[in-house]
Design a protein around this ligand. Structure first.
Ligand code: NAD
Length: 317
């Protein structure tokens, strides 16, 4: 397949690009490198250093003629969306409409969209949040993601575009940037490496559903071929169904990395969720996807990757 990947120089996008290339697909990356990095780019993929809001997108989609567009480019910081909602809306909404317009005009068959299960539902008060859970977005970031899901549904219903929405829980792993939704893992690791005491906001008992990036990559492979149909977009939680507290993440990392620092606590940040944990049953049933890497294993692999990168950077300096 020819796959155009927006955000393909970012944390998740670049891991997905590597897997698509490995599987024999032709991949084209569109990324303005605002939070992604050149080092993440796969040499086998042609790269356009372009903003998804730009009118160049139409020309790129027309000339590259992809079968599938996988849309990961976004402003990914919930905090920044609160501080600058206009910029956030501009990248998410105008950028996504630009991509969807080009996709439908130039005969793209399918659009895969990286949405957020970690933010779109709001507080999960009891049990696991499935895809029917009410969406109660509590940040401009989550409002924008939900809006883009509605745009996808519009393009599906009106133009017959195949649409697959992957609602990620909190994704962590190699190449992670500290600013994303599961930023706490990258923040803790970088602070352990730098010998800086990390801050835990609140009592640390707030929970998230942490899903390892290799599992997320497998969901993006499955999303290429999954049968879509019916009268709605295909929406899947990509999650583990297991909640872990911030304290548990710290304790697990501490057992792996033996830090010289201990965390200190500050008051909880307004708007932070207390509990987020999602039901991955639909993805298992319809996408044939389920998580394979548990938290301890995923954190160990992530730690090894950051440690190897730090060692390489020290040797190069
Ligand atoms: P990331 O910042 O590493 O990736 C985003 C990529 O998009 C970067 O390479 C950035 O340079 C690019 N980009 C940003 N604005 C752009 C623009 N206007 N035009 C072109 N490129 C642009 O973050 P990530 O964590 O890999 O997130 C990838 C996607 O997954 C995002 O859509 C994010 O909202 C979504 N997501 C992430 C998580 C998570 O836990 N990391 C959870 C849910 C959803």
């Amino acid at each position: 397949m020819r796959i155009l990947m927006t955000g393909g120089a970012g944390f998740i996008g670049s891991n997905v690009v590597d897997a698509y290339v490995e599987a024999g697909h032709q991949v084209i990356v569109v990324d303005d490198l605002s939070s992604g990095s050149r080092a993440n780019r796969n040499p086998a993929a042609r790269c356009y250093n372009v903003d998804v809001r730009s009118d160049e997108i139409d020309h790129i989609v027309e000339t590259e003629h992809p079968d599938v567009v996988n849309h990961h480019a976004a402003q990914v910081s919930v905090r920044r969306s609160v501080e600058a909602p206009l910029t956030d809306a501009s990248v998410h909404i105008l950028g996504s409409v630009r991509v969807l317009e080009a996709a439908h005009k130039h005969g793209v068959r399918r659009v895969i969209f990286a949405s957020t299960g970690g933010a779109i539902y709001g507080e999960i008060e009891r049990g696991l949040g499935d895809e029917q859970h009410p969406c109660r977005p509590l940040s401009p970031y989550a409002v924008a993601k939900l809006s883009v899901e509605h745009y996808l549904e519009y393009y599906r219903a009106t133009y017959g575009l195949e649409t697959v929405v992957l609602r990620y829980a909190n994704v962590y792993g190699p190449r992670q940037d500290p600013h994303g939704e599961a930023g706490v893992v990258a923040i803790f690791i970088q602070q352990i490496l730098a010998g800086i005491a990390p801050t835990i906001f609140g009592d640390g008992e707030q929970t998230r559903d942490f899903v390892y990036v290799d599992d997320v990559v497998r969901a993006n492979l499955a999303a290429l071929d999954v049968a879509v149909g019916g009268d709605r977009s295909s929406v899947f939680n990509i999650a583990t169904g297991r909640e872990a507290s911030v304290n548990e993440v710290w304790d697990t990392l501490a057992a792996i990395a033996a830090p010289t620092v201990t965390p200190h606590h500050e008051p909880p940040r307004p708007g932070d969720l207390r509990r987020s944990v999602l039901d991955p049953a639909r993805a298992k049933r319809d996408l044939g996807w389920f998580p394979t890497v548990d938290l301890a294993e995923g954190l160990a692999r992530t730690w090894e990757w950051f440690l190897a990168r730090e060692t390489a950077e020290r040797q190069a300096a």
